[in-house]
Ligand binder design. Sequence first.
Ligand code: UD1
Length: 337
Amino acid sequence: MKVLVTGGTGYIGSHTCVELLNNNFDVAIIDNLSNSSIEVISRIYKITGKKPIFYNTDICNLNELNCIFDKEKFDAVIHFAALKSISESVSEPLKYYTNNVFGTVNVCEAIKRNGVKNIVLSSSAAVYGINSGKAIKENAALLPHNPYGRTKLIQEQIITDFANTNKIGYVILRYFNPIGAHKSGLIGENPLGEPSNLMPYISQVASGRLKKLNVFGNDYNTHDGTGVRDYIHVMDLALGHINALKKLLDIPEYKLICNIGSGHGYSVLDMIKSFESVTGIKINFGYAKRRAGDIDICLADTELAQKELGWKTSYNINDMCADEWNWQKLNPKGFLS
Ligand code: UD1
């Protein structure tokens, strides 16, 4: 079985490629390397002993996509390639609509032309609106409050409309907060510039690359006043894609949209404490005002993923912090080191 992974050198894509290769799938990656490094390919090889086929191609280039599809004859596509910074999506919305929406239309065009029958889409909890603090079910209101989230919702709609009329199976995975890294420390999250997400920020403060973590708000309606999120180990997330793919290959025209989270909530202070206890390193932090657009609690209801995909998380919060630190410690400058 040959699987195309768009965005396969990115954070989640690279970990998923490792699990695909471990599960004996043939893997081809398309990535324009706009937010990743070619070094990832040799790291994947070091971990798995197998090298994925790599195309340095932008999904916005339909001619090139078609050539690759014609040549490789894929059985399934896992579509990660997208821009993902919420703040950048606010300042440059058109860039997000072009890459995420137009790019997805192109991937569907190539799928249609070549008769591929299975697609897994990388989506996000960002498609949900502001919630009540309870675990979010998949049928909750979809009211994304930033352009990034809106492009993810449009991607979902493109895939479902396209799949329904073309007899294609799909699984759309709405990720909560992926963190951590492969236990080898060879691949991990490699943000360009100052990180905007919590865990890369904490680990770069620990390594001395950044001076101090700002905790955005301590007056939220949570157990300690700081924001609560559903963190999930990136290797658990990678396995979620394998289960989704196997289900698609087993059941023709299978259709599912489901949350990928742990169902457990941890505050910013919980994350700092866990990181400190696992690493023995004190994190220099101070309180700052709330970050625009942040909410009190964002937590997944995980029942559907368990029932449909037979999937649930296996790593705990200490594992996530340990693996995040291992990656950061071994690669203080990301893939440049
Ligand atoms: C957002 C998206 C989520 C996406 C994730 C990773 C929403 C609702 N969620 O999550 O879909 O998977 O980004 O791209 O759009 N924090 C600090 N200091 C920092 C950074 C963060 O205190 O320097 C706090 C935040 O206020 C929040 C928590 O840490 O309470 C997690 O923030 P972050 O890692 O940025 O993820 P989200 O915004 O929850």
